[in-house]
Design a binder for this molecule. Structure first.
Ligand SMILES: O=c1ccn([C@@H]2O[C@H](COP(=O)(O)O)[C@@H](O)[C@H]2O)c(=O)[nH]1
Length: 310
């Protein structure tokens, strides 16, 4: 799957992940009304509304992008109905040829991690048959519980040719509370980065490993250090746009081959029609606004790369 991701990045010339993080507030009135009329003003209606909203965005952008990242929390808030929409979204994106990164941030004792890995990346045997649960291509992991919380995912990845992105240095303002603490002379995020590189060496998909890292766009100095520490890891970069990360800061997250990083934007794309720059689209054409936001993001990243290499 890491090779499919790279191939799609090259094909689209866009190291971009569209984050499918639908909040009910983002869903235009015409979609909300139809969903509530059909299913009721309840969890089922809300889940239907976010499904229709997602479908519009995917239909408008799938030819421009390699990957999407549905954030599971946005679906979980609507309980079982929301989780059904999560699954429908994963399946629909895969039908459209997109690589799907489930932002699930899991990690637990070994046996529990193994069950999470089965549910999100692998398959489960029931009687004589095997079934797939959510079936994303990649998932995000929280490595705080150590190696035995991560390795069950890597075993499933090896079998299924899928991948993971491990939180190394996150984009949020408090990420330094623990991640920047020194262990001896070394900050914790660097230790985790070294571990990602080590696990990655044992799980290569080709030039790049299928053990990737999450490094926030909001900490570019650390991004540069981590790029050097983990040369074969793909870096998933959240924090561009809505959280303040800038394209010009992201050049060092990439390798010299122009590969090695993929930049996420969620609100900045899916709720673009609410931003001043795209308000001319209006809520009926919300998906066209998202398409334009993807085109603009691609250009922004490209210009930053060209300027840095000039
Ligand atoms: O360090 C991290 C890890 C994950 N995220 C997730 O990415 C998106 C960002 O959304 P925006 O709307 O583009 O800010 C969201 O799903 C986060 O949970 C992150 O932001 N930082």
């Amino acid at each position: 799957m890491i090779n499919k991701l790279i191939q799609k990045i090259e094909q689209t010339d866009a190291p971009i992940v569209v984050g499918l993080d639908p909040m009910l507030d983002y869903v235009p009135q015409h979609i909300l009304k139809k969903a509530f009329d059909e299913k009721g003003e309840n969890l089922e209606g809300a889940a239907e509304a976010i499904w229709q909203f997602n479908k519009g965005i995917v239909d408008a952008t799938y030819d421009l992008i390699p990957a999407v990242k549905p954030q599971i929390a946005m679906y979980e808030q609507f309980g079982i109905e929301g989780m059904k929409t999560f699954k429908k979204t994963v399946d629909y994106c895969k039908e459209k040829g997109l690589v799907v990164i489930g932002d699930i941030k899991r990690g637990d004792i070994g046996s529990t991690s193994a069950a999470y890995a089965t549910g999100h990346l692998g398959k489960v045997t029931i009687g004589e048959n095997t079934f797939r649960g959510f079936d994303e291509d990649f998932v995000t992991l929280n490595p705080y519980m150590g190696g035995d919380s991560v390795l069950p995912f890597l075993e499933v990845c090896k079998e299924e040719k899928k991948g993971v992105f491990i939180l190394v240095k996150t984009s949020n303002p408090s990420s330094g509370d623990f991640q920047d603490q020194l262990v001896g002379d070394t900050p914790l995020y660097e230790l985790v980065g070294k571990k990602v590189a080590e696990w990655g060496e044992m799980h290569m998909g080709g030039t790049y490993s299928y053990v990737g890292a999450v490094v926030g766009a909001t900490y570019p100095k650390m991004g540069k250090i981590l790029r050097e520490l983990m040369p074969k890891a793909y870096i998933l970069v959240p924090g561009y746009g809505a959280q303040g990360g800038k394209a010009e800061d992201l050049v060092p997250y990439f390798n010299k081959d122009g590969l090695g990083a993929i930049v996420n934007s969620s609100r900045g794309i899916i709720a673009a029609y609410k931003l001043k720059a795209y308000e001319k689209f209006g809520s009926q054409a919300y998906a066209d606004a998202s398409r334009q936001a993807v085109i603009d993001m691609r250009e922004d990243l490209k210009q930053a790369w060209v300027a840095a290499k000039a």
